[in-house]
Ligand binder design. Structure first.
Ligand code: CP3
Length: 345
């Protein structure tokens, strides 16, 4: 197994601070549009080996990064479950909504056979990329996928999803259990193909009613990690319980992930004090700080993050994905601050 900086941090070894960015392969790099022009349909784009490889490696042409995240989308699982997933320009994703208690939950798809291009791209990239660069495979967490599948689109409050949880708890849990298996299968496939790190995005975990946080976020994540370990997949797992607030503490002790990605709302002093010391931490620069052409606070904030985290196993990242309007020069500046800091300590 590769011994790059991120793997070192995640495997309990002393290391300088590695750096990568969530959504680094997306639309903030103008060249992405050239690649994207080759395939207007985003699902087909995510199924095209050549385009997956080009998009995954695009940020490495611009930046000195410690990881590449494989180009795909969390909604490829609902797509494989025939939920009629579509991406429309200026609208985002839309799916055929599930009716709580009524829509039959499909349990017998062969997910892996539908995602062969993803598998092949990972194998190819792991061969080609330098060993010093981690290749990250990922999946959406069960709750976040259920949010999109029930709501049928993005939402400010996912009210239909929360209503479904209260009205049809058994059905909801059957959906979560089904997703756990598909997610574990997808993560296993990516690790076997060559991904050295796996990440589980729970981008809507802040929509889980507090009483159900265990049922919908912690236990499902722990089950996914258990399934992976029982199948001898030993690569580190990063969990991202976005904006889950104080629930992150329990998540850190019980979800079995090796690292927690902290969102930009988390106070790092609080995190150091209360989050399980056995897990590594990743985060949490506000991606909005990378939008203005100039900010007096950017450098200072990056250094504060580094200083605060100096005694923890830590990976520098943003606290949510890079936005399309973030500036390449800002990203470069952040990387250089982190690299210089590493040389001094
Ligand atoms: O750069 C990377 O991180 C690699 C690939 C990646 C994408 N999506 C590509 C993408 C990753 C890791 C994701 C994860 C993802 N997808 C999440 C979890 C992370 C998060 O940001 O919270 C979520 C919630 C999604 C669902 C999703 N996919 C939405 C809501 C959208 C629409 C966004 C928009 O503003 O249009 C997408 C589309 C998408 N996924 C794009 C990219 C590069 C834009 C598609 C395009 O080219 O038009």
């Amino acid at each position: 197994m590769s011994d790059n900086l991120i793997s070192k941090v995640l495997k309990n070894k002393k290391s300088s601070v590695p750096i990568w960015f969530m959504r680094q392969a997306g639309r903030h790099i103008p060249e992405y549009f050239k690649i994207r022009k080759n395939e207007k349909n985003f699902i087909n784009f995510c199924l095209n080996e050549d385009l997956i490889i080009k998009s995954t490696t695009l940020p490495l042409k611009y930046y000195d990064l410690d990881a590449a995240i494989i180009f795909s989308d969390i909604l490829m699982i609902p797509w494989a479950m025939d939920r009629n997933v579509k991406f429309t320009k200026n609208f985002g994703p839309s799916l055929k909504p599930m009716i709580a208690g009524e829509t039959k939950i499909v349990r017998n798809i062969c997910l892996i056979s539908k995602l062969v291009p993803l598998k092949n791209s990972i194998s190819y990239l792991r061969e080609k990329l330098p060993k010093s660069i981690s290749l990250i495979g990922f999946a959406g967490a069960p709750w976040t996928l259920a949010c999109y599948m029930i709501e049928g689109r993005g939402s400010k409050d996912f009210i239909n999803t929360r209503k479904a949880l209260w009205s049809s708890y058994e059905w909801f849990m059957e959906l979560i259990e089904t997703l756990i298996v598909y997610i574990a299968d997808k993560l296993e496939m990516q690790a076997r193909a060559g991904a050295d790190i796996l990440m589980i995005f729970d981008s809507w975990s802040h929509m889980i009613p507090n009483t159900f946080f265990d049922d919908c976020a912690i236990r499902p994540t722990a089950k996914i990690v258990d399934i992976l370990r029982s199948r001898k997949i030993l690569v580190p797992v990063i969990g991202f319980p976005f904006k889950a607030g104080a629930s992150i503490v329990k998540y850190s002790f019980e979800s079995k992930v090796d690292c927690i990605a902290l969102d930009w709302s988390v106070d790092l002093c609080w995190a150091i004090k209360y989050i399980n010391k056995k897990v590594a931490l990743q985060g949490n620069l506000d991606p909005a700080s990378l939008i203005p052409s100039h900010s007096n606070h950017l450098r200072e904030n990056v250094l504060t993050i580094l200083e605060t985290m100096k005694d923890r196993r830590f990976i520098f990242n943003v606290g949510h994905g890079l936005t399309p309007d973030c500036k390449i020069d800002n990203v470069k500046e952040v990387i250089s601050i982190v690299r210089n800091y590493n040389m001094k300590v």
